[in-house]
Design a protein around this ligand. Structure first.
Ligand code: ADP
Ligand code: MG
Length: 293
């Protein structure tokens, strides 16, 4: 039977929009020594927007957006939604045989031509070369924390699309408070590239950054952290976070935009979609622990 103190802790949590799956999770979160955060949609709002389109010589911004939208219209990725939104007034048609490669990009056939959209290292495998002037522009934008997506057709790079996200307003404060509560290590896990990741990490006060991760890599990092810190929480919102949420001692899903898979795998669900709820959840756990002892 569940102890009354745990029960009241769970009830208090529910009132604040913090749903604990069970009493054990309330006890567990009090012991957390390291917390890993997904970047996109967790530390940032995840409401991505096209910030800039840079075409290769001989192409226009519209060319780049139309080709990208032809494959991204079959994607559920926030990057895809941002690109389709930016291309809404242009004339393009949906590509066929579209295939999304998680954490890498998306490919398809657009009017008999092969289209490839995604991160530099992925698109590089399909094209003769990445134009150096675009690489320089991409580096610069990534240092600002933006995400650069490469667009190619038939072994030719047509250009890049620069995507902007926004760091959540409460992120800096929320992380500072977690450290004050005694969390020793705050970690970022992301599929995004190193430059973008470090820029966001520095802005919000992250101790350790792991970038360019595939979903199963996120799980591995959680395992490694558990060896060093024993009790490790993971905060995420997407399908690509599900394996890591399941592996973590405490998996925390952000409510509003969390995918169903993330919700099912998580131990704690934050309905309010605000980072300070993590601190509130830890406080509930610590209070329950103090009463039990
Ligand atoms: P995150 O961990 O930040 O949520 P993902 O693992 O979903 O990111 O994606 C990692 C990277 O793979 C993206 O930053 C992007 O470069 C590339 N990528 C993934 N899916 C797509 C897509 N549909 N279109 C373009 N690029 C994509
Ligand atoms: Mg995410």
């Amino acid at each position: 039977a569940i102890m009354p103190t745990l029960l009241s802790g769970i009830a208090n949590g529910a009132r604040q929009g913090i749903l604990f799956k069970n009493g054990a999770q309330l006890e567990m979160i009090a012991k957390v020594r390291a917390i890993a955060f997904d970047k996109t949609g967790t530390l940032t709002t995840g409401q991505l927007q096209v910030f800039q389109v840079i075409p290769t010589r001989g192409y226009t911004e519209a060319d780049v957006l139309k080709v990208a939208a032809s494959v991204e219209s079959s994607s559920e990725h926030p990057i895809g939604e941002a690109i389709v939104q930016a291309a809404q007034d242009l004339n393009w048609s949906r590509a066929v045989e579209v295939r999304a490669i998680p954490g890498q990009g998306i490919v398809g056939i657009n009017g008999h031509q092969e289209v490839i959209v995604g991160k530099a290292n992925f698109v590089k495998q399909y094209v003769t070369h990445l134009p150096s002037e675009l690489k320089d522009a991409a580096d610069l934008r990534e240092q600002e924390g933006k995400t650069v997506v490469w667009v190619a057709q038939q072994e030719q790079v047509l250009g890049v699309v620069v995507i902007a996200d926004q760091i959540r307003a409460e992120a800096v404060r929320a992380i500072a408070h977690l450290k004050k509560l005694g969390v020793e290590q705050i970690v970022m896990l992301t599929g995004d590239n190193k430059r973008t990741a470090h820029s966001v990490a520095q802005a919000v006060g992250i101790d350790q950054v792991y970038a360019e991760l595939l979903p199963e890599d996120k799980l591995d990092v959680i395992r490694r952290l558990q060896k060093e810190y024993q009790t490790v929480a993971m905060v995420g919102d997407g399908i690509n976070d599900a394996p890591a949420l399941a592996q973590a001692s405490v998996g925390i899903a952000m409510g509003k935009i969390a995918s169903d898979v993330a919700l099912e795998t998580a131990d704690i669900i934050l309905m309010a979609d605000r980072l300070e709820k993590i601190e509130a959840a830890m406080r509930l756990g610590k209070r329950a622990q103090a009463i039990v002892k």
